[in-house]
Design a protein around this ligand. Structure first.
Ligand code: UT7
Length: 330
């Protein structure tokens, strides 16, 4: 039997309507549009409504995918949901998405790998597909980061936004598809980027709420340092491992945490601007949703066509990071 090669055969995205600009944030915390723009590249971010949870964002992204690619929800075998903002601890966001999109024949689960969640989920979905047991797997990066963001903390509230990007993974029928995925983790990161309470270490209590432990905490400087070195290395290693150079890439779609990190990676790979997808200015950091949102935007903008070589990289809490190389299929 020939080897099963997984690929992305459909994609959809959703960002909430409400826009929170840097100017809006100037009125809430001691910050400036100038500081946010020069340090991060972010100009604005989307914010979900009070009654929208991550599963709702994913369901909207699925609708977009259905409208564009005509995917039948009943044909989906499995739903994998990388997220740090599940609707609740259980049931899984995957189960809630199943209900909302009518994927009645799917099983599924949530996956926790912070900003690298999409790449981790892509690896899991690819391996499930390669067993031959499943034919269609949905990977839904969905985040309501505003639900865990402290809008009195200028260190973090300027950085994050809400959104969802969803992809369908199926076996390829031609010579396109996912070429390779490499993932890493280093627990040194547990000190610098976390949400302290709500889990078994610090269950929710009046004290944890008073201490604001249900919000994202980030020590930005060390995270930045690790993010640059690890994400650059992951991208370079992946390209070199397959005997390519930056010039062979049609598009580089990195996790969107900071424009300066994106540029450091692009420079190391000697990429031109037109080879780099950056949408951080309009969506900020949507954690596990950044890469599928980037791919969806690239497709909408006509920057991707079948056969193009695409590099994905991510870095996030844990620390977790990695890279994926693929030949675009749609
Ligand atoms: O996606 C998961 C992985 N996350 C990342 O990759 C993020 C990595 N880190 C970063 O992107 C950057 O570290 C930040 C954008 C978070 C911060 O940029 P920075 O250049 O590293 O700034 P900093 O943390 O070193 O802070 C510089 C100064 C500080 O003031 P002092 O101590 O020098 O007086 C901060 O208090 O900037 C201050 N500051 C702000 N000032 C205005 C921090 N946040 C703000 C703000 N507005 N929003």
């Amino acid at each position: 039997m020939s080897k099963i090669v997984p690929t992305i055969t459909a994609i959809g995205k959703y960002v909430p309507e409400k826009i929170l600009t840097n100017k809006d944030l100037e009125k809430i915390v001691d910050t400036t549009d100038e500081w946010i723009t020069t340090r991060t590249g972010i100009k604005e971010r989307r914010i979900a409504t009070a009654d929208q949870a991550s599963s709702d964002l994913a369901a909207e992204a699925f609708k977009d995918m259905q409208a564009k690619f005509g995917v039948d929800p009943k044909s989906i075998d499995c739903i994998v949901v990388p997220t740090v903002t599940p609707d609740m601890f259980f049931p899984s966001t995957a189960a809630l998405i199943q209900k909302k999109i009518g994927a009645v024949n799917a099983w599924g689960f949530d996956l926790s790998a912070a900003c690298s969640g999409f790449l981790y989920a892509l690896e899991v979905a690819s391996n499930l597909l390669q067993t031959g047991k499943y034919k269609k797997i949905l990977v839904a990066g969905a985040e309501k980061m505003s639900s865990i963001t402290d809008y009195t903390d200028r260190n973090t509230c300027v950085l994050f936004g809400d959104g969802a990007g969803i992809v369908l993974i199926e076996p390829t029928t031609d010579d396109t598809g996912i070429i390779d995925i490499d993932l890493k983790m280093d627990s040194i990161g547990t000190e610098f980027l976390y949400m302290k309470a709500g889990g078994s270490a610090n269950p929710a209590s009046h004290e944890t709420v008073d201490k604001k432990w249900h919000y994202v905490y980030q020590d930005g400087r060390p995270v930045y340092k690790y993010a640059v070195s690890r994400m650059v290395q992951a991208g370079v290693d992946m390209v070199e491992k397959h005997h390519y150079t930056g010039q062979d890439l049609k598009l580089f779609v990195p996790h969107q945490a900071n424009q300066r990190i994106i540029e450091a990676c692009a420079n190391r790979l000697n990429l031109r601007d037109d080879q780099v997808l950056s949408n951080i200015h309009k969506y900020a950091n949507t954690t596990a949703a950044t890469i599928p949102l980037g791919l969806a935007d690239a497709l909408e903008e006509g920057r991707l066509k079948k056969g193009d070589l695409v590099l994905l990289t991510a870095f996030g809490g844990g620390f977790t990071w990695g890279a994926a190389l693929l030949r675009w299929s749609i």
